[in-house]
Design a protein around this ligand. Structure first.
Ligand code: APR
Length: 241
């Protein structure tokens, strides 16, 4: 059996990573994330934006995958071919053991030169963090090759999605027998168009989310459950099917 699991920020909520639409805390509480996660914000105040991503990267490195991440990895071990197509920029699916994870919105724990694309080893975005829980402004490092500023490896609002992740997600949907959508408000396109594409192909779409979302009206089933409870139940049902 081939499954596509589309995940959003709610997938990582039980690991302690705030969802994108949770209110920000600390230094960032007064900012709207959608205004920080843009090329313009970085150009206007690189220390503020780089500092925010360094704070988020430190947060993600401190938490662990939850039972929902583990249930998806268990489905693979049970012989189900699983493609995870995620809007999340953390590495929790990979750390739980999922082997095919496609990041539509990039990677929080990677960074590169904004001008020439050069990377550095060790990656400066995962360097030890001294900003505490409050967070702080931090000047991004400069590229050794062209002295451009380093930027986080995430997709900012207004930027194109990485071709390889998007086409991997589309081809996974073309091969899939079913789709599970977990923990997304379904507000941000083009990621939010994938469940509709699956339905159009006649695939069964199950949504797992304690709330309804912009997608709920167009899915076959909605389990009003958390990611960990819903995915654990699904893994058990598939195992005994
Ligand atoms: N289990 C499952 N779902 C949950 C849980 C949980 N424990 N807790 C919250 N949720 C749901 C919420 O009900 C909400 O529908 O997760 C969803 C989170 O929605 P958003 O914060 O909007 O996150 P997401 O849909 O991933 O945002 C999409 O927006 O800002 C961009 O790039 C950013 O990738 C992000 C994208």
């Amino acid at each position: 059996m081939r499954l596509v699991v589309l995940t959003g920020a709610g997938m990582s909520a039980e690991s302690g990573v705030p969802t994108f639409r949770d209110a920000l805390t600390g230094l960032w509480a007064r900012f709207d994330p959608e205004r920080l996660a843009t090329p313009e914000a970085f150009r206007r105040d690189p220390d503020l934006v780089w500092g925010w991503y360094r704070w988020r990267a430190a947060q993600v490195q401190r938490v662990q995958p939850n039972a929902g991440h583990a249930a998806i990895a268990a489905m693979e071990r049970d012989g189900i071919e699983v493609d995870v197509v995620t809007q999340n920029v953390d590495d929790l699916h990979e750390r739980a053991g999922s082997t095919r994870v496609h990041h539509l919105h990039g990677h929080l724990l990677q960074s590169r030169c904004i001008d020439c694309g050069a990377t550095a080893e060790p990656d400066p975005i995962v360097a030890p963090y001294e900003g505490g829980d409050e967070g702080r402004h931090e000047a991004p490092p400069r590229c050794a090759r062209c002295s451009g500023l380093f930027r986080p490896g995430v997709v900012w609002f207004g930027e194109a999605l990485p071709d390889d992740a998007w086409s991997a997600g589309i081809s996974a949907l073309e091969r899939a027998d079913g789709v599970v959508v977990v923990g997304t408000s379904g507000l941000v396109h083009p990621a939010a168009s994938l469940p509709g594409l699956a339905r159009w192909r006649g695939l069964h779409v199950l949504e797992i989310n304690p709330q309804t979302s912009a997608l709920t009206h167009d899915v076959d089933e909605h389990w009003a459950m958390t990611a960990s409870a819903g995915l654990t139940r699904l893994a058990e049902e598939l195992r005994s099917a």
